[in-house]
Design a protein around this ligand. Structure first.
Ligand code: ATP
Length: 657
């Protein structure tokens, strides 16, 4: 009998073997996830020190041939051709030729049909298809990329760099109950692990913190087995411009072709939810003509209030956490510990708890059974929900600005809900709903749902996500919102703990509380849009009424002129009922001084005036219903106090102080 020997795995080995759970599935997806992880770290780092983020991403394409040259990989001289999977056998060649001929014949038949319908030439259609086929064929080739992400964030202390980026499950974001984009202490390390699995090149990091006086440069790998960094090079570089920030550079295998659209969509969405950041994306292709540069400009200097560190909510505490907190407590009284270390426990509440527990001792003197008693008791007590004051939602102003700047829809409504609590963590849902616009991201005849969690876009598992499900369930036609023009639904959830499914942070599963909060926010947006649409419809109807009236003007002018022309020849007795001013008019007609065009002009003026009066009357009638409507003007000042409202009966304007 073989004796089984127990084995251990380091976290780095575990995640290398199970990279899919961190979003590193195929080379294409891994490239996308790598960009995402580095960008989100950069945003966290800039916001941590309260600076407007500047994030520059460069993706340099490196063909297999160039990769081999660059890294001195000797290409194998092909002698035994049968060994290579890209060399066909005779049998494979015959089968391929047969298949290609069938495909060509089919394509030709379809192209002829299409040409008859569209009027295009058969050759053009076939040429286009051929280009598509070639593009698809290049997708299967191995391609590498040097990914570089540079920011103006906090920078990293020199000694921390190898550990923070070369040891799986290390993070500066662990010990706090705080809203951050990063949470797992995994992202940047997975980028390096992915690189090591296919390319074996070290990660290069330049970073400078405030007042350090130099830029630290590190090249390192991860020892997967030990889960520890292997530093290959460490130097101090000069920093004459006092730069502060981080630049991370790594070579990875990828496939930009298949994930280009996803990646650009991601950048667009992150620009929507972070309009106070500036993003540059540069793609440097092997062939110059395929290179491009996208920039997502900053549109406001107004950053959301940064998230603050919150205390643990008592209902979210497990025994281990309670033990850890107690071990670190210097309080002499349990009541002080409870009110000081947890949110939502006032000193009165803490005293009541201690009396109820009959446990008036210093926390560190508690034995295991007392600890268990305290934990059990905490599970039974009714605590108030966390209030969400430490969270940092994007804010309606930023959300609206982001949607307008990137998508320019015809109409947009926004709403930020109040905070709710989920297992001891506060969360806030904010939403925007847009109608129409010409951006291809908003497709007509459907709901286009865009999801954000802790201000990062979620692009995968759309159908399983609570946001998509809730948006699809809403009865949009109840708000007279049709799908024809394309509806954009933008939902952003912020929390100290987002209940993501998996470490790749791709979606949030079904959850009644979150779903109800999303529904409420979307309903508010839909209600605003309903009012706007009604106003627009009213204006349209007024316009049509005016147009219809104008249509009659030429005929009416001619008819009136003709009647008056006949009147001018009436006998004196009948003429007596005509007043002096009218006498003058008839005289004008007789002498051909008053023509049909004079009637046309007069009637046109009258219709214009009437239309204006009706419009004004409509506004007056509705002034009480909808006088106050948020409009957002970019303010130069960061102060947000409001001046007293200025009202003129038609609208109310309130400026920021
Ligand atoms: N650009 C950067 N500037 C400053 N610090 C950074 C930067 N990138 C990473 N860090 C530091 O390195 C740590 C580890 O980053 P990593 O991406 O591995 O995990 P994380 O961001 O904490 O969590 P997640 O796995 O959820 O992304 C971060 O917590 C942060 O302190």
């Amino acid at each position: 009998m073989v004796r089984k020997v127990s084995q251990q795995k380091s976290p780095a080995e575990f995640f290398a073997e199970n990279k899919t759970i961190a979003g590193f599935d195929t080379p294409a997806k891994s490239l996308y996830t790598s960009v995402r992880e580095l960008v989100e770290n950069s945003l966290d780092a800039a916001e941590r020190v309260g600076v407007l983020p500047d994030v520059n991403v460069t993706l340099e394409e490196i063909s297999l041939e160039r990769f081999q040259k660059l890294y001195g990989v000797e290409a194998t001289e092909r002698i035994d051709k049968g060994l290579y999977k890209d060399v066909e056998t005779e049998k494979e060649r015959t089968a391929r030729m047969k298949k290609q001929k069938q495909a060509r014949d089919k394509a030709e038949r379809e192209a002829k049909k299409k040409a008859a319908k569209t009027g295009e030439s058969v050759e053009d259609i076939l040429r286009r298809q051929e280009a598509g086929r070639k593009a698809a064929a290049t997708k299967s080739r191995r391609v590498f990329y040097r990914l570089t992400c540079k920011d103006n964030g906090s920078g990293m202390p020199s000694d921390d760099i190898p550990n923070m980026l070369g040891r799986v499950l290390s993070s500066t974001k662990y010990n706090s109950v705080m809203q951050t984009r990063g949470k797992f202490g995994l992202g940047a390390k997975m980028v390096l692990i992915w690189s090591q699995m296919r390319v074996a090149q070290p990660m290069e990091v330049k970073s400078a913190v405030s007042g350090q006086g130099f830029v630290s440069f590190h090249r390192f790998n991860i020892d997967l087995h030990k889960n520890a960094p292997i530093v290959r090079e460490h130097r101090k570089l000069q920093n004459p411009g006092n730069w502060r920030g981080t630049e991370i550079s790594v070579v990875i295998e990828g496939n930009f072709g298949s994930y280009k659209q996803k990646l650009l969509k991601y950048l667009k969405l992150i620009a929507i939810i972070t309009p106070y950041a500036s993003f540059d994306f540069r793609f440097v292709a092997e062939e110059e003509k395929n290179s491009f540069y996208n920039t997502y400009t900053r549109r406001t200097d107004r950053m959301p209030e940064p998230p603050r560190e919150a205390k643990h909510h008592p209902s979210d505490v497990d025994l281990e956490l309670l033990k850890k907190k107690i071990a670190g407590s210097t309080n002499k009284k349990l009541s002080k510990f409870l009110s000081g270390d947890f949110s939502n426990i006032t000193s009165t509440m803490a005293n009541r708890m201690v009396t109820e527990l009959k446990l008036d001792i210093a926390p560190r003197q508690m034995n295991d059974s007392q600890l268990l008693k305290l934990h059990n008791f905490m599970q039974q007590v009714r605590f108030a929900d966390p209030d969400g004051k430490d969270l940092s939602p994007a804010g309606e102003y930023n959300l609206r600005l982001g949607v307008m700047k990137e998508l320019n829809p015809d109409m947009v409504a926004t709403h930020q809900g109040t905070a709710y609590a989920l297992e001891g963590h506060a969360f806030i849902v904010e939403a925007a709903v847009s109608i129409g616009g010409k951006d291809p991201a908003i497709e007509a005849n459907q709901l286009n749902v865009f999801r954000f969690a802790n201000r990062i876009p979620l692009l995968f598992e759309q159908g399983n996500d609570v946001i998509t499900r809730t948006a699809n369930q809403l009865k949009w036609n109840k708000y007279k919102i049709g799908l024809e023009q394309g509806i954009g639904v933008f939902v952003s959830i912020v929390s100290t703990k987002i209940p993501f499914k998996g470490t790749s942070k791709e979606y949030i599963g079904e959850n009644d509380k979150i779903s109800a909060a999303i529904k409420r926010s979307l309903e508010q947006c839909a209600q605003q849009l309903r009012t706007k649409l009604a106003k627009k419809e009213e204006a349209k109807q007024q316009g049509e009424k005016k147009k219809n009236l104008e249509l009659y003007i030429p005929d009416v002018s001619r008819a009136v002129h003709r009647v008056l022309s006949t009147l001018k020849d009436f006998d004196q007795t009948k003429k007596r009922c005509i007043r002096d001013s009218q006498e003058e008019l008839l005289d004008g007609i007789k002498k051909r001084k008053v023509l049909v065009t004079h009637f046309t002009e007069a009637l046109k003026k009258y219709v214009d005036k009437k239309y204006e009066e009706d419009g004004l009357q409509y506004q007056m009638q509705n002034k009480n219903k909808s006088r106050v409507e948020d409009i957002f003007l970019a303010s130069l000042a960061s102060e947000q106090k409001l001046m007293p409202p200025l009202t003129n009966g038609v609208c109310t304007i309130q400026f920021l102080k």
